[in-house]
Design a protein around this ligand. Structure first.
Ligand code: C2E
Ligand code: CA
Ligand code: CA
Ligand code: CA
Length: 275
């Protein structure tokens, strides 16, 4: 039994080692990818639940790795955060998204994800202002998505940054709402423009659990505070209909469209306008 234990331990160790190696090489390759064009921003439309019109598109990073194929941002964003590459990556996507949005109809906004670490950098507001100026995008057409994790640490600095960004005229959305710890209290502390209700609630919304009551509560709080609500991960007509009845403002999900390349979004927006 003792021998088995040791064998298991060694196996485990080897596994750890392999994972650490993979991570290190991904980090080096990510550094490369930022400059060589294998990173690409895709865009996922967000539509008004009532009339199906596209109100904004969210930039979502894609990494076409030469050997590993498409790597999910869920895999490489954490690596970028740990290695400090996130600032560069964040700047890249911010500038790419603003430049892309300039080619869209005026009423369509672009949403960009801002990671907690980026948010802690003092230069975020400056970088945002520079990105807008560089391509001539009005601040009102940019929406920044932040998660509750931003507000957990260093409350004062985070609130100050939120106010600086708001003063620029960009909109602020609270992303993945409901997945954090004390979500409701954050809503009282800062007036977000939009709450994005996490996919986990939408997935279960037609089920017997409390999801639909929670969505209802969030929609009510949002309406009382002049915020809009976006349901994430809407995949079925049934979910859409329920969300409509609950009074949710917008939806995003495979029912309407997954994230698609910039050229396809441009085509979609043109045909959408012509409808
Ligand atoms: P997120 O911000 O919550 O983005 C929504 C994720 O849900 C996206 O995954 C999107 O493709 C996926 N999704 C949308 N509709 C549906 C649906 O109907 N069903 C299902 N099952 N999934 C749906 P993606 O693109 O893999 O991104 C994962 C996460 O990576 C994002 O979650 C975001 O946290 C992060 N991320 C992506 N791009 C960036 C970026 O440029 N900067 C930062 N900081 N994070 C990013
Ligand atoms: Ca997001
Ligand atoms: Ca989200
Ligand atoms: Ca999410």
């Amino acid at each position: 039994a003792k021998g088995d234990g040791r064998r298991t331990y060694r196996f485990f160790e080897a596994g750890m080692d392999q994972r650490a190696k993979t991570r290190r090489s991904l980090e080096l390759e990510l550094r490369q990818a930022i400059s060589d064009g294998s990173l690409e921003a895709y865009y996922q439309p967000v539509v008004n639940i009532e009339d199906g019109k596209i109100s904004s598109c969210e930039a979502l990073l894609r990494w076409r790795h030469p050997e590993r194929g498409m790597i999910s941002p869920a895999e490489f964003i954490p690596i970028a955060e740990d290695s400090g590459l996130i600032d560069q990556l964040g700047l890249w996507v911010l500038n790419a998204a603003c430049a892309e949005a300039v080619t869209w109809p005026d009423h369509v906004r672009v949403a960009v994800n801002v990671s907690p670490m980026q948010f802690r950098s003092q230069s975020l507001a400056l970088n945002v202002a520079a990105a807008l100026a560089a391509c001539g995008l009005p601040a009102s057409r940019l929406e920044l998505e932040i998660t509750e994790a931003v507000l957990i640490r260093d409350d004062e600095a985070a609130l100050d940054m939120l106010h600086q960004l708001r003063k620029l005229g960009v909109r602020i959305a609270l992303d993945d709402f409901g997945t954090g710890y004390s979500s409701l209290s954050y809503l009282l502390r800062f007036p977000f423009d939009k709450i994005k209700i996490d996919r986990s609630f939408i997935r279960d919304i037609a089920g017997p659990g409390a999801s639909s009551s929670i969505v209802q509560a969030v929609v009510n709080i949002a309406a009382a505070s002049d915020m809009t609500t976006t349901a994430e991960g809407v995949e079925t007509e049934q979910q859409r209909n329920l969300l409509y009845i609950l009074g949710c403002t917008e939806m995003q999900g495979y029912l309407f469209s997954p994230a698609i390349p910039a050229a396809e979004v441009r085509r979609l927006l043109l045909s959408h306008r012509a409808r």
